[in-house]
Design a protein around this ligand. Structure first.
Ligand SMILES: [Zn+2]
Length: 337
């Protein structure tokens, strides 16, 4: 009898500990409101390049997992293509006006803080590549970490599951290999669940075992129940719609300018591969397909080949002066002839 009461008390105590843990780890609202967006011109940094052109990077302070815009002005008329290299990433630019080239880039979660090499790569009409090097400061960022005392138990995937995952990875690679083009969007990115959607797990969170980072969470987990509508974060094209082993039912959107968003673990699809979509268009319903323990949306963001924090994409003001990107009259990124 006494033992049972003790056990009861122990379970009650455990229960309240779990609740406290949920409250602490818990729910952070995602920045997505206009007031939170990085504001305008004051937040950029200008670097004079050796060829007399100037490079503007916004925001002025870059952190691991962060997203940025760059613009090269006054580089002359004879440019065929322009790209920027930073932190192992290569980011292509589009011509935003006769004298300006604009592009977007990001830093990996594992980018090191300190002074990084930055290179502007210009290809002229004769096919000659001109490289202009400078440096850029990367600030440090602390990502949350979960300390593991015991190695996580792995259920080894079967040979068939491994083979399936290999095919999934090929499909993702093909989706992300969309030819580069100007932006397909004319407004800022929105939260695909709701402006005040709760976050279950932030981008970049580390699982640390014996002091070593074992894995990182490379997306943003948004909370909800099965059936919650999932909307396109911005205008774009559906590059992939696939039932994957780990990601479950997954949709990849290309937004032009090298930017992609991906939506994992969906219950149902509402779009077809190759279909153009508008911001706010229904992509599918939230689910728990793939390797997950409960329903949520794992949102992933990429620019070029760099995976970065989707919260940074949703908070970024692409049009600080109300300026619009060049008009794209045909949405065509290589899928349709
Ligand atoms: Zn996730």
């Amino acid at each position: 009898m006494r033992k049972t009461q003790q056990q009861q008390r122990m379970w009650q105590r455990l229960g309240s500990m779990v609740l406290v843990a949920i409250a602490v780890v818990g729910f952070f609202p995602v920045a997505g409101h206009a007031a939170d967006r990085d504001t305008a011109e004051a937040a950029h940094r200008i670097i004079e390049l050796p060829n007399g052109a100037s490079l503007r990077v916004r925001p002025a302070l870059l952190t691991p997992g962060g997203f940025f815009e760059f613009e090269v002005r006054g580089a002359g008329q004879e440019i065929e293509s322009l790209a920027l290299r930073l932190d192992q990433g290569r980011f292509e630019a589009f011509q935003s006006s006769p004298e300006r080239w604009r592009g977007y880039g990001a830093l990996r979660a594992s980018a090191s803080a300190g002074t990084a090499e930055l290179e502007v790569e210009q290809r002229d009409r004769q096919g000659i590549v001109h490289r202009h090097q400078t440096t850029f400061a990367i600030a440090s960022k602390d990502f949350p970490s979960t300390q593991l005392k015991v190695a996580p138990k792995f259920t080894q995937p079967s040979a068939a599951q491994k083979a399936r995952n290999k095919k999934d990875q090929k499909a993702f690679a093909a989706a992300y290999a969309a030819p580069f083009g100007p932006p397909l969007f004319e407004t800022n990115f929105a939260n695909p669940v709701a402006p005040d959607a709760r976050v279950n797990s932030v981008f970049g969170g580390r699982r640390v075992f014996n002091g070593k980072t074992k894995s990182r969470h490379l997306g943003l987990d948004l909370d909800g129940v099965i059936g919650t509508p999932i909307y396109a974060a911005a205008d774009g094209v559906v590059r992939m719609r696939r039932d994957c082993f780990y990601a479950g039912n997954a949709v990849v959107l290309s937004h032009g300018a090298g930017i992609f968003t991906a939506y994992f673990h969906l219950d149902e699809f509402a779009v077809e591969e190759g279909q153009p979509v508008r911001k706010g268009q229904l992509l599918g319903k939230m689910g728990k397909t793939g390797r997950v323990t409960g329903p949520h949306l794992h949102l992933s963001a990429k620019v070029g080949a760099t995976t970065f924090d989707p919260a940074a994409l949703m908070a970024f003001d692409f049009f600080p002066e109300g300026a619009q990107p060049p008009v794209v009259d045909v949405i065509n990124d290589g899928l349709t002839p």
